[in-house]
Design a protein around this ligand. Structure first.
Ligand code: FES
Length: 156
């Protein structure tokens, strides 16, 4: 999604063009575009009169922010020890086969991003997959295929 400077300005206005508002502004922009477009970061630096490299440091420090485009839906496959032992590699293989996505990749239409995560604290229900933060437990290759189909259908 292209960055619209008027939209970025409106977000800045909402929180106030002051350094104290930086995180809220960045969170809103990240939420709006599913990542932080470079032009938006430059605009915020300009308006808040803050050094650009300080904003990039914040953007890279907090995992919630991304400087590269991400999908509207984020799928996390847990690859922690319990999930690994219970079949996470098979889930990754099946997801790749069904959706042609490997960890760290985003579909060309920006519908989906696949990432891995190291334990989400649900080891007793391994292997675990999160879709936009919603936990799916005791996953199998067939279950993840079904999930992949549903995600595809949602996007039409
Ligand atoms: S290892 Fe996957 S939830 Fe703990």
């Amino acid at each position: 999604m292209d960055c619209n400077i008027q939209e970025v300005d409106a977000i800045i206005e909402q929180w106030g063009a002051k350094p104290d508002s930086l995180l809220q502004i960045m969170l809103d922009i990240n939420h709006r575009y599913h990542y932080l477009p470079k032009e938006s970061v430059k605009r915020v630096a300009e308006r808040l009169e803050m050094p650009l490299n300080q904003l990039f440091s914040v953007a890279t420090f907090f995992k919630v922010f991304s400087l590269v485009p991400r999908g509207r839906t984020i799928v996390h496959i847990c690859t922690g020890t319990a999930c690994h032992v219970k079949g996470a590699p098979k889930l990754l293989d099946r997801f790749e086969k069904d959706l042609k996505l490997r960890p760290g990749e985003t579909t060309a239409d920006l519908a989906l991003t696949l990432e891995t995560v190291n334990c989400v604290g649900a080891c007793s229900a391994a292997p675990v997959v999160l879709v936009d933060g919603v936990t799916h437990t005791e996953m199998s290759a067939n279950k993840i295929s079904k999930l992949a189909k549903e995600l595809k259908a949602q996007e039409g």
